[in-house]
Design a protein around this ligand. Sequence first.
Ligand SMILES: [Zn+2]
Length: 235
Amino acid sequence: MGHRTRLIVLGRQGAGKGTQCARLAACLDVPHISTGDLFRAEAAAGTELGRRAQAFLDDGRLVPDELVLDLMAARLGGSEARAEGYLLDGFPRTLAQGQALFEVLGRSAADVAVELHVPTSVVLPRLAARRVCGSCGATSSARPGDPEPNVCVGCGGEVARRTDDTDQAIRRRLEAYDRQSGPLLGWLEERGILLRIDGVGPLEVVHCRLLNAVGNRVPLAAGEDDVPDDLVGAG
Ligand SMILES: [Zn+2]
């Protein structure tokens, strides 16, 4: 008897990680678990851990590692949750978080970790083009020649660049990510579970690349019927 895949996905801001994670989780038939969703779900359920996480978020502070780990352990620690597998999106982010996750959940915390790699020359313009509607919060991507500020197609509100999305701030965030995740990636590689995937290309192409790599690495035990033959086992 196998279990479904337990997967960690890492990637820089602007790598398209959220979209790819959602599609990959659907193909592998495992829950897509991001820390943000986890915080919101626990807070909505009114659990003690959820309330504590919410207090940090309300103050605009980072939720401390220890609390995130407690939340993860509560969500993933049960045998049922472990058997149904998962895709972790956005956690762990640092070496300390990664080591703690494996300490709490054991050696099989993840069968495979994927780094969706996209170079700075690609993510920088992508992030610089990001626009947010001040009224409905919808995000969009500005094209050359678009007026600034623009008008939201959804609600007619004003669409502009976020004030903390300056080129310099974006560069700083990318560098901070690289600094933090570098040691984690090295550690995952040492454990023999890291796959580095080229994240440059059309959404569909990157998706196939991801699915192929993961499918070659782990037996797609419960979900294999859902995966088209031409996407598995090639290469
Ligand atoms: Zn809007």
